[in-house]
Write a protein that binds this ligand. Structure first.
Ligand code: 5RP
Length: 224
């Protein structure tokens, strides 16, 4: 029986086949992506570099000698590789467990193809069991708590060291439990236009086209 860490290693390695030599790759954030970044070091001399979705991933890429480009310096990317907190059978995801959702969505939108890497515990029939992260402007959070309550959700400000966690963009995160997201596309469009929401952690407009799923019997490739 493989551990979760070993499954993450497997999919991190498997994602290398989607990296296009000579190009810049979009890189997500999280413990699964960290395995991918470590594997990417073996291709360091074959790629131009990466566009990163967080300060943490940027630091890891640079430490391994992989150049990091600003998203504004480059055009469309051929591929974006990132993890997920949940993924359904259509490639819709919940992301933001690592608080990097806004930059992740920006780099995903800049990429032709989203390759999700995840262990099989992340595959769900309906999104919503994992608390939905929402990046929000601090002055709006209590109003947003009430808006989510009207949908049957319980939203809490994510804390770190007794203070609200501050994202790479200087904003706060709400984690929302009690939702069942049956129409991810409509839900994302709706919540994204609530005043004070920077980004909702539903990735339906930027869903995955491929998922490399780490399973007990090896890496399974799902295409959507
Ligand atoms: C970070 C994310 C991550 O992709 C997500 O939380 C999965 O992380 P991990 O690979 O550590 O399980 O969205 O904002």
């Amino acid at each position: 029986m493989l551990t979760q860490d070993e499954l993450k290693n497997l999919v991190g390695q498997a994602a290398l086949q989607y990296v296009v030599p000579g190009e810049i790759v979009g890189v997500g954030t999280g413990s699964t992506v960290n395995k991918f970044i470590d594997a990417l070091a073996s291709m360091r001399d074959q790629i131009k570099g990466a566009v990163s979705s967080s300060v943490a991933s940027t630091e890891r890429l640079l430490a391994l000698g992989i150049p990091v480009f600003d998203a504004n310096e480059v055009g469309e990317l051929s591929v974006y590789i990132d993890g997920a907190d949940e993924i359904d059978h259509q490639g819709n995801m919940i992301k933001g467990g690592g608080a990097a959702l806004t930059r992740e969505k920006i780099v995903a939108a800049q990429s032709r193809r989203f390759v999700c890497i995840a262990d099989e515990s992340k595959l769900v029939p309906t999104l919503g069991k994992f608390p939905l992260p929402v990046e929000a402007i601090p002055m709006a959070t209590q109003r947003l708590v009430r808006q989510f309550a009207a949908l049957g959700g319980v939203a809490k400000v994510r804390m770190k060291g007794g203070e609200p966690l501050v994202t790479d963009n200087g904003q706060h995160i709400l984690d929302v439990t009690g939702l069942q997201i049956r129409d991810p596309l409509a839900f994302e469009s709706e919540v994204n236009q609530w005043p004070g929401v920077v980004t909702v952690g539903v990735f339906a407009h930027q869903r995955a086209q491929i998922c490399l799923l780490g399973t007990a019997s090896g890496v399974k490739t799902l295409t959507f």
